[in-house]
Design a protein around this ligand. Structure first.
Ligand SMILES: NC(=O)c1ccc[n+]([C@@H]2O[C@H](COP(=O)([O-])OP(=O)(O)OC[C@H]3O[C@@H](n4cnc5c(N)ncnc54)[C@H](O)[C@@H]3O)[C@@H](O)[C@H]2O)c1
Length: 404
C-alpha cells in the first residue's frame, strides 16, 4: 500500500533535477481529432506534474483556410498553412500527429518517417489493409517511433479489465463479444462526408468502427486467427456534403444525392489463437444505440463488460462457490490508472477527450524517454490482417485464415 511518505519513483517521472525535454509537435488535419489532440497536448502540463517532457505546438496544416486560421489564432500554433509538407519539413517539429482522412494517412506517414520524425497516426493508419502494411514498413525502415489513436484502450476501466483477464481472475476466457454501433449514419439525410467515400476513407464501418473493436479484443485476448464475415451498405445515397462537412452533418430533402461507396455494416465470427471464440458486429446506420462501443468477455470464473456509453462503469461478475456475485457495477475513480489526474475520488466521471489526453501523454513520454510504445503501427497491422481476412470471407462466403 503506498503512503504519502513513499519514496518509490513515480512512473514516467524525470530523475530528480533533470530537465523536461521539449517535444515540438506538428498536426496534420485539424478537424475533430486534430483539435482533440492539440487541446490534449496543451493541457498535459496542467495535469501531469511528473511528466518527462513539455509539448510545444509548432506547426499545423489543414485543407480549409478557416481551420488554418484557428490553429494559430485559438490554439497557439506558431505556424499553420494549407500545405502539409510544411509541417513535416519544419525543423522544430519532432513528432507529427496525423488526423486527416484515412486515404491520406499512408503518404503522410511515409513522408514523416522519411524525415525521421516520430509519427502518431489516427486509426486506421490508411484506408485499406495494403496501405497499413506500407505505413508499418515505412516506420520500421526509418526506425521511427509510431503510435496509433486506439484511444479506447486507455480508458482506466478497460485497463482494469485487462488486468483482471491477465491475472487469471476470470479463469480461462472462452468467449468474446465485441461491437461498435454508432448512429452517425442512421439518418438518410446525414451528408455524404469523406467517411462514406471509398476514395477518401477507404473501407467504411470496418475501417472506422471494427478497427477499434478488434484492437480492444487483441489487447484483451490476443491474436485472432480465423474469421467468417459479411458486409452490407444499407443507405446507398446521401445528400452531397459542403466543405469540411462532418459525418454528424445533416442535409436537406431537396439536396442532390451522391452514391455511398463503402460499407455501413459488418459482422464477423472468429477464433482466437487462445482457442476462445468471438463475435463482432459494427454499424453506422443502426437505429437505437448511439455510440455503443462495447465488449463482453466471458471466462470460466467470471465475466466483464464495458460500453463507451457508460465509460465510467465496468460490469463485473465473479463466479463463487455458492451463487455467484451476479453482475456488479465497478465505478471509475482515482484507484484506476490515470483517472485521478482529471478528477479525485470515485464516481466522478471522466470523458472521451480525457482518453485522448492519456494516449498523448503516454506517446510523448515514450518519445521523450526513448521507450517503445503500444499501440503502434505493428498493432495497426494486426488489425489490417484481420480486415483483409474479413474482406476475403465476405467475397468467398467461407472461413478465412488471418495471414501475417
Ligand atoms: N480515435 C478516435 O476515436 C477517432 C475519432 C474520430 C476520428 N478518428 C480518426 O481521425 C482522423 C480524422 O477524422 P476526423 O473525424 O477528425 O475528421 P474531420 O473531417 O473532422 O477532420 C479531418 C480534417 O482533415 C483536413 N484535411 C483534408 N485533406 C487534407 C490535406 N490534404 N491536408 C491537411 N488537412 C486535410 C480536413 O479539412 C479536416 O479538417 C480519421 O483517420 C479518423 O479515423 C479517430
Amino acid at each position: 500500500m503506498s503512503t504519502a511518505t513513499s519514496t518509490a519513483p513515480v512512473r514516467g517521472a524525470p530523475p530528480p533535477g533533470a530537465r523536461r525535454r521539449r517535444i515540438g509537435v506538428g498536426v496534420i488535419g485539424f478537424g475533430w481529432l486534430g483539435q482533440a489532440h492539440s487541446r490534449s497536448l496543451l493541457r498535459i502540463p496542467t495535469l501531469f506534474e511528473n511528466r518527462s517532457f513539455d509539448p510545444q505546438l509548432i506547426a499545423c496544416s489543414d485543407a480549409l483556410p478557416a481551420r488554418v486560421e484557428q490553429a494559430t489564432g485559438s490554439f497557439s500554433f506558431k505556424r499553420a498553412s494549407v500545405d502539409w509538407r510544411a509541417v513535416i519539413d519544419d525543423p522544430d517539429v519532432e513528432a507529427v500527429f496525423i488526423a486527416a482522412p484515412n486515404m491520406l494517412h499512408v503518404q503522410l506517414v511515409e513522408a514523416a518517417a522519411q524525415a525521421g520524425k516520430a509519427v502518431f497516426c489516427e486509426k486506421p493508419v490508411g484506408g485499406t489493409p495494403e496501405q497499413v502494411v506500407r505505413a508499418a514498413q515505412a516506420a520500421r525502415r526509418a526506425g521511427v517511433r509510431s503510435g496509433v489513436g486506439y484511444n479506447y484502450r486507455w480508458a482506466p476501466l478497460v485497463q482494469y479489465a485487462r488486468e483482471l483477464i491477465a491475472n487469471g481472475e476470470l479463469g480461462e476466457i472462452t468467449n468474446y463479444r465485441g461491437r461498435f454501433f454508432s448512429m452517425y449514419g442512421a439518418d438518410p439525410l446525414g451528408v455524404n462526408s469523406w467517411r462514406f467515400q471509398l476514395d477518401q476513407a477507404g473501407y467504411g464501418a470496418t475501417s472506422d468502427l471494427l478497427s477499434h473493436a478488434v484492437d480492444l479484443a487483441h489487447m484483451l485476448l490476443g491474436p485472432i486467427i480465423r474469421v467468417s464475415g459479411t458486409l452490407e451498405t444499407f443507405i446507398r445515397e446521401r445528400p452531397a456534403p459542403g466543405d469540411g462537412a462532418s459525418h454528424y452533418g445533416r442535409g436537406r430533402p431537396e439536396d442532390p444525392r451522391t452514391p455511398v461507396t463503402n460499407e455501413d455494416y459488418a459482422a464477423m465470427l472468429c477464433e482466437f489463437a487462445s482457442g476462445a471464440r468471438g463475435t463482432f458486429e459494427v454499424s453506422r446506420t443502426l437505429v437505437g444505440p448511439e455510440s455503443e462501443n462495447a465488449f463482453d468477455v466471458y471466462g470460466t470464473r467470471g465475466a466483464v463488460g464495458w460500453n463507451l456509453e457508460r465509460l465510467n462503469e465496468l460490469r463485473l461478475y465473479r463466479a463463487t462457490e455458492d451463487r455467484g456475485s451476479g453482475y456488479t457495477t465497478v465505478l471509475g475513480g482515482d484507484r484506476f490508472g490515470h483517472h485521478g489526474v482529471f478528477v479525485p475520488g470515485s464516481g466522478n466521471a471522466i470523458a472521451f477527450e480525457d482518453l485522448v489526453t492519456i494516449e498523448d501523454y503516454e506517446f510523448c513520454s515514450a518519445v521523450a524517454e526513448g521507450r517503445a510504445f503500444e499501440p503502434g503501427f505493428e498493432q495497426a497491422l494486426a488489425w489490417a490482417q484481420v480486415q483483409a481476412a474479413l474482406l476475403r470471407s465476405a467475397r468467398s462466403g467461407c472461413w478465412e485464415e488471418v495471414r501475417s
